[in-house]
Write a protein of this length. Sequence first.
Length: 167
Amino acid sequence: MHQQLLSAFRSLRCVLGKLGEAHLSKHFASILRAASLAVAALALPSDVLAQGKDDLWEVTMKMEMLGMPMAMPAQVNRVCLSKNRKDEDLIPRRENCRVLESSRVGNKLTYKMACTGEEAMTVSGEMTFAGTSYEGRMRMITQSSGQSMEMGQTFAGKRVGDCTAAK
């Protein structure tokens, strides 16, 4: 997990460095780091990825920020998910984020979430499942210095094997 987090931070620093952090508000850079960590937090240490009764997924995530001239590189993580999980367990979120509503109709899960604290934001997203794969997107909106800022994230997952999920 530490390697995935370090990779996410390196990518973030690279993009912010090339754009010049002075052009981004401190709050906006903080929101970007928090959003990256929310998804990176799903990654598990390699010792958990051994053969087991649960599902091992490879998830590719890409962050997009409106008005940003340079795209952030995609991040690829492996995630072990319990076969007995609820749909809401698949929604990436931080500790201070609360799912306000979620609904699954057929193979599509939609959700809305609110995050509080220093990086307060509203989040809406959807996931579409197709057997041993899924894809989705999130839209995050926050306020900084009276201005609304929007970020997007796309992700795609595919089942790649078995594992034992942490309890």
